[in-house]
Design a protein around this ligand. Structure first.
Ligand code: G3P
Ligand code: CA
Length: 258
């Protein structure tokens, strides 16, 4: 049976399909996006990188090794080379022939039927030159800016988005919690305050930090919060009781909307 998520006080609860419906189909493929469209998810989360020839492509890692039959860095492969790779068979041979999609292909598949949470990644060594602007250009070309949100772990990426001559919702992804202790975020230990993220609509946190008190403290500072990544329906219910505004899950098919 599916788990029902009761909304309290009319509060809007979002379910976000992580890398598409990634339990049902290989992550970040059009097959996973299509499966997610059939679920009760409100958003579909995908990860983007930039190919050698400057195309925004949908894949989690900076290299193709884990999820495809190829090897090498996304940044060093052209779109044509990336498209030759099989992004399905390694997970499940039933999905042989799935390709690494472009962002444009995902937009044409989703067409605003659900919202898209697009995570901007960095390359193995460096940030991608122009990934932020190119992502926005693709969204504009597909009239998708109204139903897309951009998120990143990396402050330089968020800062570039905030400096662009266009307003689009952004979420900051955080590795740990601040400002109580020196904590691990953005891949190092830092002291800090959340003030620098005032342009972000949400601070998205790891499930290990998603206590009621921490979520309340984010709300009190004016941020919403989506929690990543939780697949156990009981824990998902607990996250909503703790006040999470959304849960990023590989199993959106287990959740029934009230
Ligand atoms: O959406 C948040 C989550 O996707 C962050 O981690 O490694 O799955 O991109 P990762
Ligand atoms: Ca992600």
């Amino acid at each position: 049976a599916k788990v029902s998520l009761m909304q309290k006080n009319g509060r809007k609860i979002s379910v976000i399909a992580h890398r598409g419906a990634s339990y049902l189909a290989p992550e970040n493929t059009l097959a996973a996006v299509k499966k997610a469209l059939e679920t009760s998810a409100d958003f579909i989360e995908i990860d983007v990188h930039l190919s050698k020839d400057g195309q925004v492509v949908v894949i989690h890692d900076a290299t193709v090794d884990r999820t495809t039959n190829g090897t090498g860095q996304v940044a060093q492969l052209t779109l044509e080379e990336l498209k030759e790779l099989d992004a399905g068979s390694k997970t499940d041979t039933a999905f042989a022939g799935e390709r690494i999609p472009t962002l444009a292909q995902v937009l044409k598949t989703v067409k605003g039927k659900k919202k898209l949470l697009i995570e901007l990644k960095k390359g193995e060594q460096d940030y991608y030159e122009g990934l932020e602007q190119k992502t926005l250009d693709v969204l504009k070309a597909h009239n998708a800016t109204d139903w897309c949100v951009l998120q990143s772990f990396y402050d330089p990426i968020l800062e570039r988005i905030w400096q662009m001559d266009f307003m689009i919702p952004t979420h900051k992804l955080m590795m740990g919690k601040i400002p109580f202790l020196p904590i691990f975020f953005d891949h190092e230990f830092k002291f800090g305050s959340l003030d620098r993220y005032h342009e972000a609509a949400a601070i998205n946190i790891h499930r290990h930090f998603a206590s009621k008190s921490f979520i309340t403290s984010l709300h009190n500072q004016g941020f919403k919060t989506f929690v990543w990544t939780e697949d156990d329906p009981k824990n998902i219910q607990q996250l909503f009781q703790n006040g999470a505004d959304g849960v990023i899950t590989n199993r959106p098919e287990l959740i029934e909307k009230p």
